[in-house]
Design a protein around this ligand. Structure first.
Ligand SMILES: [Zn+2]
Length: 283
């Protein structure tokens, strides 16, 4: 069976809702609830996944992150403070990246090969980030959403793994589903809960039947239906964030039995698309 990539953006429930890092201390820390559920689900299914860990989470929960790495999963980086890349200067981006990389490399003793931007925020305005990633030993990126969203996406960019422009950075975009030929959505995240499970299954099957691996994404907090409810800076984001969170875990069980999943790095390696010679020493 063809292997698909399963990825988790590792952040606590309040870190990805556009509340700045200065206020994160106000909220209940519950990363372990969803992250341990994810680890157990994968363990039961004998599947591997890539965890793009936010540097701040590695700082707050080193044992949780180490446990994921020790279970044989891939640790990638989601940056440090969850700022959108296109809101940062290249200098600030590089500082955020290196801070996260240093923490993750020390914690796991492993190279960190994958990067996923907060809010998929590598867009036409921020492709300058790709050579910076390469300079810091990143072997692939998974941040360019191949559609349009109100805060991210490069419409018309490839929907399968490819090398980006002059940087030649391998990109493994999130796979898309399409409804009525017009509405595109990323496979994973809120749409995994909003639409019937069969819709996700249909689009992964279609890709696999065409010999293409799917890229699926989720977050630990999507496996934590009991997380606190707060007012969001953007109301629209709150609607999807909390929508039917109790469905995530049973749907994951089905997904993991219907398809084969492994790390993004392993899938890219199989396609001959992982940047070679970038194994970094654990610093
Ligand atoms: Zn995130």
């Amino acid at each position: 069976m063809l292997a698909n990539a399963l990825t988790f953006d590792v952040e606590d429930w309040y870190m990805g809702i556009e509340i700045g890092i200065a206020r994160w201390g106000e909220f209940e820390r519950r990363l372990g609830v969803g992250l341990e559920r994810a680890r157990r689900l994968l363990d039961r299914a004998g599947a591997r996944a890539t965890f793009f860990v936010l540097g701040r989470c590695a700082e707050l929960h080193p044992d949780l992150v180490r446990r994921i790495a020790e279970a044989g999963h891939e640790i990638g980086t989601h940056g440090f403070a969850h700022d959108k890349v296109y809101d940062l200067t290249p200098e600030a981006f590089e500082e955020d990246l290196t801070r996260s990389l240093a923490l993750l490399r020390e914690l796991t003793g492993q190279p960190v090969r994958g990067y996923r931007a907060p809010y998929f925020s590598i867009t036409a305005r921020s492709t300058w980030a790709l050579p910076i990633l390469a300079r810091h030993g990143i072997a692939y990126d998974s941040s360019i959403y191949p559609g349009w969203n109100y805060r991210y996406g490069i419409e018309g960019s490839p929907e399968r793994p490819y090398l980006v422009g002059e940087s030649r950075m391998p990109e493994f975009p999130v796979s898309l589903g399409k409804l009525g030929g017009r509405l595109k959505f990323g496979l994973g995240g809120a749409y995994f809960r909003i639409l019937p499970y069969e819709v996700t299954r249909h689009f992964i099957r279609r890709l696999n039947d065409a010999g293409q691996p799917a890229m699926f994404y989720s977050h630990p907090w999507e496996l934590d239906p009991d997380q606190p409810r707060v007012a969001f800076p953007r109301r629209r984001a709150a609607l999807t964030h909390y929508f039917r969170l109790h469905t995530t875990e049973p749907r994951f069980s089905r997904l993991l039995s219907d398809f084969r999943f492994t790390t993004a790095a392993e899938v890219l390696e199989g396609l001959g698309l992982l940047r070679a010679g970038v194994d970094q020493p654990a610093s």
